[in-house]
Write a protein that binds this ligand. Structure first.
Ligand SMILES: [Cu+2]
Length: 237
């Protein structure tokens, strides 16, 4: 389970007057301790000091980017949003010595036409083709309140051959993120092993609450990052 060993707070400053879709939007994130003092030292986790996940409210849009550390608790990045609507920004940092990551969330409204909400319904098949790869997701069991293993299996979509030459992505065989339908639960899921090249990548995770979750597996193959999204229902134990 993720818990904040060092409790944090954050301020978000968005230096754009218009906040329009497809416009470059500079974002500054200030990480502070509970007494509002900047936290200045962070540990590098998966090659970065901060990981920033951005999702649309319906979870149809997903982005995983890495703000630069400016110093004195401030991280900067400039990004764009694909359409109007509400977005949740989720920043993950590990204050130095904390031993566990801290998660700071922020909502942002982007002006412009809002696309129709994509309904979040559990996938009937946990196999899909993404960017030339056939990706299958499997669980040893799926329920709340217990550790479980989830395994992605990657094959070439055209030949069905198992992929044996995955590249490390941010210092691991892959990364996975899960977010609940209500956007209240965020899980960053780590692979069980740091080495290997596929075709199977196993992650251990723990769902604290029942409900529908969207899961994104990220892998690097032939110098590109593959994002494989799945929607699952997690029943109560
Ligand atoms: Cu990251």
């Amino acid at each position: 389970m993720q818990k904040n060993v060092v409790p944090t707070k954050s301020d978000w400053k968005i230096s754009s007057q218009t906040l329009k879709a497809n416009e470059k939007i500079p974002i500054a994130i200030f990480i502070k301790d509970k007494s509002n003092k900047p936290i200045t030292k962070f540990d590098t986790v998966h090659e970065k000091l901060m990981h920033l996940i951005i999702v649309s409210k319906d979870l149809s849009y997903f982005s995983h980017i890495h703000p630069q550390y400016k110093g004195n608790g401030e991280f900067n990045i400039t990004t764009t949003f694909p359409a109007g609507g509400d977005y949740q920004l989720i920043a993950e940092v590990t204050p130095h010595g904390a031993g566990d990551n801290s998660v700071e969330k922020h909502w942002l409204h982007i002006a412009g036409p809002v696309p129709a909400t994509v309904p979040l319904v559990p996938d009937r098949s946990l196999t899909k083709v993404v960017d030339g790869l056939k990706v299958t997701l499997a669980f040893d069991h799926i329920m709340t309140d217990m550790n479980l293993n989830m395994t992605f299996t990657l094959r070439d979509a055209a030949t069905n051959k198992p992929i044996n030459n995955l590249q490390p992505y941010l210092g691991a065989m892959g990364h996975a993120v899960a977010i609940s339908k209500d956007l209240k639960t965020y899980l960053h899921i780590h692979p069980l092993t740091v080495t290997g090249k596929g075709p199977k990548v196993t992650f251990m995770t723990y769902f604290p609450k029942k409900g529908v979750y969207k899961i994104w597996g990220q892998f690097q193959y032939e110098n590109r990052v593959i994002v494989a999204p799945f929607v699952v229902n997690v029943p109560e134990m």
